[in-house]
Design a protein around this ligand. Sequence first.
Ligand SMILES: *[C@@H]1O[C@H](CO)[C@@H](O)[C@H](O)[C@H]1NC(C)=O
Ligand SMILES: *[C@@H]1O[C@H](CO)[C@@H](O)[C@H](O)[C@H]1NC(C)=O
Ligand SMILES: *[C@@H]1O[C@H](CO)[C@@H](O)[C@H](O)[C@H]1NC(C)=O
Ligand SMILES: *[C@@H]1O[C@H](CO)[C@@H](O)[C@H](O)[C@H]1NC(C)=O
Ligand SMILES: *[C@@H]1O[C@H](CO)[C@@H](O)[C@H](O)[C@H]1NC(C)=O
Ligand SMILES: *[C@@H]1O[C@H](CO)[C@@H](O)[C@H](O)[C@H]1NC(C)=O
Length: 594
Amino acid sequence: MHTLTLPLALLLFAVIIPPPLSLSSAVSSVDPYRYRYLKPLHRQSSPQEFIELAHPLPSSDPVTPSCTLTIINHSFGNTINKPPFTAPYSPPSDCPRPWSHVILGFHAKVKGEQYDRIAGLWLGGVELLRTSTAEPSESGIFWKVRKDITRYSSLLVQSNLNVTMMLENIVNNVFTGVYHVNVNLLFFKDKDVTGTVPSILSSDNFNSTLGFESDKYYHPPADLILPISNNDGEREGFWFRVESESDLNFKKIKFPRNAYRVILELYVSFHGNDEFWYLNPPNSYIEKNNLTTSRGNGFYREVLVTIDGKLVASEIPFPVIFTGGINPLFWEPVVAIGAFNLPSYDLDLTPFLGVVLDGKEHKIGIEVKDAISYWLVNANLHIWLDSGSSEVKAGSGEYHYPNLTLHTNEAFRFLDGRLDVKARRRTGYEGWVKSSLGILTTRVMRQFRFRGFLRFDKNGTHKLVQQRIKVKRQVEVRNERGILVTHVIINRRYPVEVKTVSSPGSEKDRYVLETDVNHFFREQCLIGKTRSTVYNSQISGGWMEVKDHSVLSGEANTEQSYSYRDEFGCYSRSVVASNGELISDKPTPCISAF
Ligand SMILES: *[C@@H]1O[C@H](CO)[C@@H](O)[C@H](O)[C@H]1NC(C)=O
Ligand SMILES: *[C@@H]1O[C@H](CO)[C@@H](O)[C@H](O)[C@H]1NC(C)=O
Ligand SMILES: *[C@@H]1O[C@H](CO)[C@@H](O)[C@H](O)[C@H]1NC(C)=O
Ligand SMILES: *[C@@H]1O[C@H](CO)[C@@H](O)[C@H](O)[C@H]1NC(C)=O
Ligand SMILES: *[C@@H]1O[C@H](CO)[C@@H](O)[C@H](O)[C@H]1NC(C)=O
Ligand SMILES: *[C@@H]1O[C@H](CO)[C@@H](O)[C@H](O)[C@H]1NC(C)=O
């Protein structure tokens, strides 16, 4: 156990006497707007498993895949400023396509002292997984991530591609943790999956037809996948590194003339001074108080996608908290939502085929509004081709992409005060494609609403940040008689609330942070006649004593509920982690309604 009891007297003391924690230069090594820490090294009798709660996918047991292919078995030591790991890829010779499903199994283990690290995994420059690592312990930790990668089938079938994985790690006298990573691909044929499921929990709640995620938009998988990624990926990793709002990263793409559907899949993560963008104060606050922090620009960010400089899609990312984030004791052994399998975002660009199907190159760009250093972004273009013709015709119709309506209101007096931000945008665009499927018109609509505030009290030592993000995305495809052929509605909500109170520590150069984090991710999908719902919520609370960036002691609790439902059944599970141990893990009743 790594917990020390905070003397009660100290807590009382902290309430009565103004905390001496200096927000100016007195404690120069402390940036109160930095929220990334190294957790204490504690020892357990054996390596501990870390988990991210998710919808279960088949592993090799009891569902046996037709074949398994190891694509990476590598140790990431001091990899900083070095090229990514690269290995040749060819599909398994013993089970040719068609596959009903392909699952990526990622396994990692590490021991020693180490920060959380970000990693990307690409095949032929196309990203398959964005993941972050857990901070290890002396006796070692390990974890598994499973992801349905069936959507990349047209790529997985190709030979002579490279698998690339970037995991920038630092190993020296202080940071000793080396990440050992093993990645397998599991190829399934239809017969392998019917009627069988993995048994992550032996529970009646676990319905027998479940087992694979409904693969949302990607059914059937696209015929061609083109990366919108760094040309120098073999040297730097395929992601674009965004240092500021003015960084315009793009790739020139020549679309095949017979493309009839296009979805851009966006991968994004945030680091450095923008790792906690959702907690950043405005620049005016930093300037007026003569603070030295670089974590500013307020707390609104939006990732923008452009075609030839014209805005075509945007997304406010889900604020994934990595395992060293806010209070690292919260995230052991249950990591924050999305930490092991960061969400990607599907943006339907089919209505713009009328613009890009001219046989010429077009610039597909990605930017981050108000970004500060640094963001890692790239995208995959999933393109469906008309097998019945070598050239389809397309035209673009309505394009409604108004400027963002952003209202900010700030009122600060010295270190205390409040910033409010409200933003909304409704967009809609339409285009038609004439292929051997007939003339189909796709209309894409999206509306989002963002509301957030940040409040500092008690001379800046009490901070409260709240954001609510609500997104509704709709796609309607109609035939030439105006009859609805496909309909997609996706509603997402992901609010986050972070509350911190800082007070002096037991010695001069230490401080205590009491923190509550409360966030959830809810998604309701209707795709054709298929409905599914995901509800994933985490509530964490605790305190820690910190010196520089190291957590010396503390106590922490995280409660999580996860439930997934579709027409085949449901999966529902609740866990409680307390002071580094999983103290409860049980199935919970499924919510019956959508
Ligand atoms: C508020 O914090 C600043 C910077 O740490 C400090 O100089 C000032 O004395 C504090 N004011 C009060 C009223 O505690
Ligand atoms: C991975 O490599 C390590 C050391 O190089 C080896 O001991 C281990 O057996 C390999 N694992 C797999 C699954 O290939
Ligand atoms: C694969 O990687 C090797 C070594 O980095 C490189 O020489 C080769 O050109 C790459 N192949 C492809 C198809 O990118
Ligand atoms: C910031 O620095 C300026 C110039 O040194 C000084 O006039 C001002 O009072 C300082 N503001 C605060 C809040 O300390
Ligand atoms: C939208 O923003 C751009 C750039 O800031 C500006 O040039 C343009 O006039 C704005 N359009 C509207 C309709 O406000
Ligand atoms: C599992 O599926 C069966 C048949 O579809 C259904 O009758 C049953 O209620 C489901 N169980 C749960 C827990 O959802």
